[in-house]
Design a protein around this ligand. Structure first.
Ligand SMILES: [Zn+2]
Length: 249
């Protein structure tokens, strides 16, 4: 029974893919593209197939103070450089990548996306990072971090840091106790709710002229604005913004 299942499985695979290019492990335990669900048979394919990779919905906004994300934050924070790897739409099949990372605790997907982002920033950014002394992930509350086991923004920061060679600092910005859930609130209510949640260790900003904050998805930008306000109340340094995905209305 198992034998016949295996024979059928192998024959189906061989009609669709070049089995000689697949590793034994991939034949026995196939991996699937998170976007289109096809079998990943090339060893260098990670999480998504080549075709889906080449069609990633890159935001192409670069890293500057004049793109869509920067404009969404204009008037709410001092001018800064902003960048986002992907344009996010919940209806897009690519949203599965973000959901896998954000809700299914697939840290590898986040790290993979962060490496891509780092490469994009290194290759195509016209603004350099020479004054940026730290990548600071948007923090989770201690309870949430304990529950989840890690901070997703920290995974992203680590991936970008690996490419840009800028240290990740988790000793600067912190989040206090969670108040009400943010998800069903409007922009003003989210802003009110976020006041006083974040706090910093000012001494740890010593010697830093410019930093980058990173979050997973930016929607209204309220979280980012609250964090920047919190830091700048204590020290006036340049704070730039990165996110893996940006969703705009
Ligand atoms: Zn695919």
């Amino acid at each position: 029974m198992v034998d016949s299942f295996f024979v059928v499985y192998i024959s189906k695979l061989s009609t669709k893919y070049d089995l000689q290019s697949m590793s034994i492990i991939d034949i026995l335990v196939p991996r699937y593209c998170l976007v289109c669900d096809c079998v990943l048979y090339a060893q260098h394919e990670r999480f998504i197939c080549i075709q889906c990779y080449s069609n990633l919905p890159l935001s192409c906004m670069g890293y500057n103070s004049n793109n869509l994300l920067a404009k969404a934050l204009w008037g709410r924070i001092p001018e800064c450089n902003c960048g986002s790897l992907l344009t996010y739409k919940s209806s897009s099949k690519y949203s599965s990548l973000i959901k896998e990372f954000k809700y299914n605790n697939n840290k590898g997907v986040g790290y993979f996306l962060a490496l891509q982002f780092g490469l994009e920033l290194r290759r195509f950014s016209l603004v350099d990072f020479k004054n940026v002394g730290a990548i600071v992930p948007i923090p989770l509350s201690k309870t949430k971090k304990l529950y989840r086991g890690y901070n997703q923004s920290e995974i992203l920061a680590n991936g970008i840091s690996k490419i840009l060679k800028i240290p990740v600092r988790t000793d600067i910005l912190f989040r206090g106790k969670n108040k009400d859930s943010q998800t069903k609130k409007g922009r003003f209510d989210r802003w009110l709710n976020l006041q006083n949640i974040y706090y910093i260790d000012k001494d740890k900003l010593e010697g830093l002229e410019e930093i980058v904050l990173i979050d997973d998805i930016i929607t209204t930008g309220s979280t980012m604005v609250a964090c920047i306000e919190t830091i700048q109340k204590k020290k006036n340094i340049k704070i730039n913004v990165l996110s893996i995905a940006y969703t705009h209305s």
